[in-house]
Design a protein around this ligand. Structure first.
Ligand code: DX5
Ligand code: ZN
Length: 218
């Protein structure tokens, strides 16, 4: 499986967002992870389609992976597609019909993904396995950056890897040089890291370090 590292813009310095997007692109990471929070599905607000559009304008060639922590992602799919999302990730716990929305994301020409909160059993994904491009296993309770990695969630990664060996399986939350190795051993091939990467003075070295440790995790 192709290894992908995704810096999460939530941990960037919002006073210099354009420069931070360029720093993430120059790090050699595969894509930018953009966390959208609606203050209903999660107890926090982040940013909306305008920041996705800023990322597209600033770094057109740097892929944009949009994580919708929203109760009604179905109402915003077109807005994020127009803004420049290339993957849209929606939660299995959201208040909409997943089969319909996964189809709509693909019809917009984008990749789709389902996200699973820490307390949600992985079996909830079973009916959708034939309809998704990626699965995202949350390794923190969504809503804030900078939380500690929940290793209890890793058996879900292994379940997905065994059930569908070619599926892209991503982890998000509390990922750093040590926890990324645990996730890689469990079967993850895509790694979101916010605070760990943005706090580095040399993000490029940190991305290379992460990549090599998850490439040979044993
Ligand atoms: C959590 C978000 C994560 C977050 C990760 O609600 O979905 O993407 O930004 O941040 P770190 O890597 O700091 O845990
Ligand atoms: Zn996220």
């Amino acid at each position: 499986m192709k290894i992908e590292i995704l810096p999460s813009l939530l941990a960037a310095d919002f006073g210099r967002l354009g420069d931070e997007i360029l720093r993430a692109e120059a790090s050699g990471a595969e894509a930018l992870h953009l966390d959208i929070m609606d203050a209903h599905f999660v107890p926090n607000l982040s940013f909306g389609p305008d920041v996705v559009a800023l990322a597209k304008r600033t770094a057109p060639g740097f892929s944009r992976n949009v994580h919708l922590m929203m109760s009604r992602p179905d109402l915003y799919l077109e807005k994020f597609a127009v803004a420049g999302a290339q993957t849209i990730q929606i939660h299995v716990e959201a208040d909409c019909d997943l089969h319909t929305e996964l189809k709509r994301i693909r019809a917009l020409g984008l990749k789709n993904a389902i996200v699973l909160n820490p307390e949600t059993p992985v079996e909830r994904l079973e009916p959708y396995l034939g309809e998704i491009d990626e699965a995202l296993v949350m390794t923190v309770h969504p809503g804030y950056g900078g939380q500690s990695f929940l290793a209890d969630c890793l058996p879900k990664v292994t379940w997905l890897r065994e059930r569908k060996p070619q599926l892209d399986v991503m982890v998000d939350g509390g990922v750093n040089a040590e926890t990324a190795v645990l996730a890689a051993k469990a079967g993850a091939n895509q790694f979101v890291a916010g605070s760990y990467l943005f706090k580095q003075s040399d993000m490029k070295a940190a991305v290379s370090g992460l990549r090599s440790s998850v490439s040979s995790p044993l």
